[in-house]
Structures are given as C-alpha cells and as structure tokens.
Design a protein around this ligand. Structure first.
Ligand SMILES: *Cc1c(COP(=O)(O)O)cnc(C)c1O
Length: 244
C-alpha cells in the first residue's frame, strides 16, 4: 500500500492527504501505461464509497471527474448534494432491479450489469427518466475459475447474450466489460481472460471499448492487460471505516 494511505489526517489536512495520494496513484498509472508500452492513459475512477461528500468535493477540486459508488442510497444522496460539480457517477456495485429507477437519475455508467432482468429494468428507467444521453452499461464478468451463474457477475458464456440485450435496449449503450480479480489467483492471469473476452465482445460490438478493471492492489496488472478505466478507492482515500 502506498505510503500515507490509511493515516488519519487532521480535518484541515484532508485536502493535502488526498492530493498527495491522488498524485501517487496518477504516477503509478503513468508508469504502468509506459511500461506496458501504451500510448493512451487509462482513466481513473476514484471509488468514494463510505467516504463523505466533503471528500468528493475536495477530489473534484483536485481535477477528479469520475467517481465510483456501490450503494444506491449513498450514491444518490452524494450526487444530489454535489449536483453543482462536473462529476460523472459510476455505479459499480451489485444492483437490485428495484433500484434501477433511482440509479437512472444520476448515473453516467453502470459497471455491474450481470443479468437480463437488470437490463430491462435499467432500460425502462432510462426511458421514463427522459434523459438526453444514454446510460453506459458494462457487463460484469465473473472471472473466478469454474464460477457458477449467480452473484458477482455473469459467467463468460453468458456475456454475448447479455451484451446483445444491452445493445438493443432503448436508453442504454453497450460500453464494455468490467471485472474484479478473484481472490486467490494471480490477477494478471485473471485479467488475461478478461482481455480475451473483451476482444471477442469488440468483434460483435466495435463500440464496446471500455474495459473496467484494476483496484488499489492490482492496478498495474490491469493496465498491462488493457484496462481503459481503473476503479481506485483505498489508495486515494485511505481505509474505509466499514469493511464490506
Ligand atoms: C470498492 C471497490 C473498488 C475499490 O477498491 P480499492 O481496493 O479500495 O481500491 C473497486 N471496484 C469495486 C467493484 C469496488 O466495490
């Protein structure tokens, strides 16, 4: 873990704490992109779950434009409180269909689309919300070896049908794939399978170019595997009070 992360800084030192962590993470991303020989630089989504709206406001002042949240109630409250800021809200957690209507009010993207029922619910909610833009949807892939269909993402065999459903759904845009590296396996190996699935997806849907992978512990491996969007919480904000 980066130096400084997890320190309980004085309230008036919070900006300096976040600025230093953010710069360290940005430097790690630049280095990882350079050593992977990438000309582009992946986009940083700062995961602000469990941290107060005041932190998100500081981060926006430091140039952060994309934030990630995993619970609808917390995300919708923060988005409302910070509506004056130019932020894109990325929903990255398990999503119940009955929360689709709420998420459609504030989210720019949902990274955790893992079943057909959620595609229909989000599409219906977007049509009702009468937004001018569409909602970027990523299929969350369960990278665990031998994973059974169920929680935590679609198994790789389910991805093509789910992608087609998103591509055809009014109000939604098929943006790409998202995954979390499974515990107990080298993340590079898991992200290699994700990159392969992303290549297959792009053959059928050339516009689906987002690859959301990489957290505080494995951002380098994700960048090497071609991640376009990184979801970093702990190494920017410090430890969360509640462990999930
Ligand atoms: C919390 C979370 C992250 C951020 O993880 P850190 O280890 O704190 O960087 C990324 N992705 C998802 C899906 C998360 O729930």
């Amino acid at each position: 873990m980066a130096e400084g992360v997890g320190e309980q800084a004085r309230p008036d030192g919070r900006r300096e704490f976040l600025a230093a962590n953010l710069e360290r993470v940005r430097e790690r991303i630049r280095r990882a992109a350079a050593s992977a020989g990438r000309a582009d630089e992946p986009e940083l989504i700062v995961v602000t779950k469990f941290h107060p709206a005041s932190d998100v406001r500081i981060l926006a002042g430091l140039g952060v434009r994309s934030v990630g949240e995993n619970r609808d109630q917390e995300a919708s409250e923060k988005a409302a409180e910070l509506a004056d800021l130019p932020l894109a809200w990325h929903f990255i957690g398990q999503l119940q269909t009955n929360k689709a209507k709420s998420v459609a009010r504030y989210a720019a993207a949902v990274h955790s689309v893992d079943r057909a029922g959620l595609v229909s619910a989000l599409s219906k909610a977007m049509v009702q919300a009468e937004r001018e833009d569409s909602l970027d949807c990523l299929v969350q892939v369960n990278l665990a070896l031998g994973a059974a269909p169920g929680r935590g993402g679609a198994v790789p065999e389910e991805v093509p049908a789910l992608a087609d459903a998103i591509a055809q759904a009014p109000g939604l845009r098929l943006a790409g794939l998202m995954a979390v590296a499974p515990l107990g396996e080298d993340p590079a190996a898991a992200f290699a399978r994700l990159a392969q699935a992303a290549g297959t997806l792009r053959q059928a849907h050339p516009g689906a170019s987002m690859l959301s992978a990489g957290m505080s512990q494995d951002l380098e491996e994700a960048v090497a595997a071609g991640a376009t969007h990184l979801r970093i919480g702990t190494d920017v904000l410090g430890r969360r009070r509640t462990v999930r």
